[in-house]
Design a binder for this molecule. Structure first.
Ligand code: ATP
Length: 254
């Protein structure tokens, strides 16, 4: 049991959920490593949703709101960390959910589908009937009703190859990725540099006040290159500030 007073309480609880998901066969081995990479960037960012993240989250909600066939792609980590919030968000914006795995096994697919069903949501992906072009077989599988025909896809924690393949299909791609330097972050149309569970909660709030006029205005003003630059500048400035405190006082306060 982790005490709530622990300075890394939130982070440790997320780690517990990932470990639990791994034990249940939902999270892949590589998912553990991907989570660790995310934690590192969150440490550098300061473990809170900064302005560049909030702007991207609002733009993401705006684009999903205006989409014709929006789909949220989920994998093991997303399921372990945020399944109930993903369902709430999907309902708020009337989007489909599809399971899509980098390390696809039929068993993991079934477990993820079951996890969502236990929470009252049916999701696509167990019976793929289409392929994303230019990806090797298992990673290309998707459903015609979902990702294949989607105009807008939200792919949290995605890998660079698939993000590029989705872009090449002409889709509008939104990602949530704590690493602004990943290929996915650089390729997506909207890059949310924020931790998944914080991002989804913020997006549920943005969905509440969204309407067509607001969505169009938000998207007109949005510039993803600038948002990526802001996230890198934030990390740089924060490290400079911490280094300054370190050299001018007795301790480092993160
Ligand atoms: P790419 O192939 O896009 O260059 P990568 O090799 O880092 O990126 P993966 O390991 O497949 O790709 O993707 C995991 C990404 O998700 C990492 O960039 C990591 O920073 C990020 N990530 C992991 N956990 C979280 C989380 N909880 N919230 C947001 N991002 C996360």
């Amino acid at each position: 049991m982790i005490p709530k007073s622990h300075p890394r309480y939130e982070s440790l609880m997320k780690r517990e959920r990932i470990i639990e998901g791994f034990k249940k066969g939902i999270v892949a081995h590589a998912g553990l490593i991907a989570h660790g990479r995310g934690e590192t960037f969150d440490y550098l960012i300061g473990e809170r949703s900064e302005n560049f993240a909030l702007r991207a989250e609002e733009a993401a909600v705006a684009r999903l709101f205006l989409a014709e066939n929006p789909v949220i792609s989920v994998n093991g980590n997303v399921t372990a960390l945020a399944a109930p919030d993903v369902i709430q968000f999907a309902r708020a914006l009337n989007t489909k959910i599809e399971v899509n795995l980098f390390y696809r096994t039929e068993e993991r697919i079934r477990k993820i589908v079951n996890e969502f069903e236990k929470l009252g949501a049916s999701i696509l992906g167990a019976e793929p009937d289409a392929r994303i072009p230019n990806l090797e077989h298992a990673r290309a599988l998707c459903t015609r009703e979902g990702i294949y025909s989607a105009d807008v896809v939200l792919v949290p924690l995605e890998d660079g190859d698939r993000t590029k393949a989705l872009k090449d299909m002409g889709k509008f791609v939104i990602t949530i990725d704590l690493n602004p330097l990943s290929r996915t972050a650089q390729t997506a149309d909207i890059t949310i540099v924020d931790e998944l569970t914080r991002a989804i909660k913020n997006m549920i709030k943005f969905a509440d006040g969204m309407n067509e006029e607001r969505a169009r205005r938000v998207l007109e003003e949005y510039d993803n290159r600038d948002i990526l630059a802001q996230s890198l500048n934030h990390i740089k400035n924060r490290l400079e500030m911490l280094a300054y405190h370190f050299s001018n006082s007795s301790g480092l306060k993160t």
